[in-house]
Design a protein around this ligand. Structure first.
Ligand SMILES: [Zn+2]
Length: 385
């Protein structure tokens, strides 16, 4: 029953990660990068509910002449998604919670950002979250996925993003955190994820994004960081995880996002990359991460945010993508899955809602495509209140 294509597959273990830990154990929200092992949470099929489809409100096909906001109003089960996210914290012994244990910091970022986009961030106890979060900080300045775990640049960005959501960046020793990140930059401009030294353009994005939020971009060699990302650009216009690595939508988001934040988008061939990205939309309206792969709700974020950053989002059908994301909702219990009728998880719930926000779905806060934080939070960081 368990579609365990993500955790612990022989293929992923054979990747030669080199430090006694499979790649998936350290994955987070920008993890969809290698192979078919794309998401950090293993999937099971949604439990059958006898009248699941009967009890769902019938969906009217959008009229081709009516505006997006009018024809789709009311279909997002916002209240159910809020309840679902709040319930995850309470079910500490559930399958999902056990799986999430090591990447709880990223889970907090996914869940809390979703709540904020839905206008319900106040539903959680802010002080309790911050108290737990600060216990995840290591003496090096980096953050771990949970208390007692090792720090990693992935969780450090998640921690900083959560504090930014709550407008509590002042609880941080900014120099300590920024020194941890700048200490991970290599001579060639690339970044390691942690002391074990794995290099990946995901980490370049994280370093650039995190230091920008902390107003400490001067701590790294930005020119070298940009040059390294540009060295990972492929002939198809996309980007890989290292020079010569295959283009992949998750990696493209990281590279384009880092170039956007550093004001270096002129390095992107926008038409070429735009073509590659818009070809990710399949018949069902969903987006995949590479040619010949199945669509997945999380690519609503990776592909869409990249298309917006290079000003080519009008090259896909927004209406079809909205419908695909809405079709992946669990209308009984809340949450969004990767594909219709799969079990929901907080990762895809976040990327589904964030994708709808990018698509200007009514009732959602706007999200910034480069920082992956609500627009008002980004404005507060850079322009004050
Ligand atoms: Zn996914």
């Amino acid at each position: 029953m368990i579609k365990n294509k993500r955790l612990g597959t022989e293929k992923s273990r054979d990747k030669g990660l080199g430090f006694g830990e499979s790649r998936d154990e350290r994955w987070l929200w920008m993890s969809g990068v290698v192979d078919d092992v794309e998401d950090p949470i293993p999937k099971i099929k949604r439990l059958p509910v006898a009248d699941h489809h009967l009890s769902s409100p019938p969906k009217k096909p959008p009229s081709p002449h009516s505006p997006l906001s009018a024809c789709l109003m009311g279909e997002l089960a916002a209240d159910k998604h809020v309840k679902y996210i709040i319930s995850i914290e309470k079910k500490k012994d559930s399958f999902e919670s056990v799986v999430m244990e090591h990447l709880r910091m990223s889970g907090a970022y996914w869940g809390l950002t979703t709540l904020d986009l839905l206008g319900k961030l106040e539903a959680v106890d802010k002080e309790e979250v911050i108290s737990w979060l600060m216990q995840c900080q290591h003496e090096s300045g980096g953050f771990a996925g949970n208390i007692g775990h090792d720090p990693h640049i992935l969780y450090t960005l998640s921690a900083v993003q959560v504090l930014a959501l709550f407008d509590k960046l002042d609880v941080l020793d900014i120099d300590k955190v920024s020194n941890y990140i700048s200490g991970l930059q290599n001579e060639d401009g690339s970044f390691a994820g942690d002391i074990w030294g794995e290099v990946d353009t995901r980490f370049s994005y994280i370093a650039v994004c995190c230091l920008s939020i902390l107003h400490r971009s001067d701590k790294i060699d930005v020119d070298k960081a940009v040059n390294y990302i540009v060295s990972c650009k492929n002939l198809d216009g996309g980007f890989g995880c290292t020079p010569g690595g295959e283009s992949h939508a998750g990696q493209i988001f990281c590279c384009v996002g880092a170039l956007a934040i550093t004001g270096a988008l002129h390095h992107v061939d926008k038409d070429l990359l735009g073509w590659w990205l818009c070809e990710r939309q399949v018949k069902s309206g969903g987006l995949n991460g590479r040619p010949e792969k199945l669509p997945d709700v999380c690519y609503s974020w990776w592909v869409l945010s990249s298309l917006i950053m290079i000003d080519r989002v009008h090259w896909i059908s927004k209406e079809k993508l909205v419908k695909y994301i809405l079709d992946c909702q669990d209308l009984e219990n809340g949450g969004i899955s990767d594909r219709p009728d799969d079990a929901v998880d907080v990762f895809h719930t976040y990327f589904g809602v964030a994708g709808l926000s990018l698509l200007e779905y009514p009732g959602l806060k706007a999200i910034d495509p480069a920082y992956a934080l609500p627009d008002d939070v980004v404005k507060r960081i850079f322009f004050g209140k």
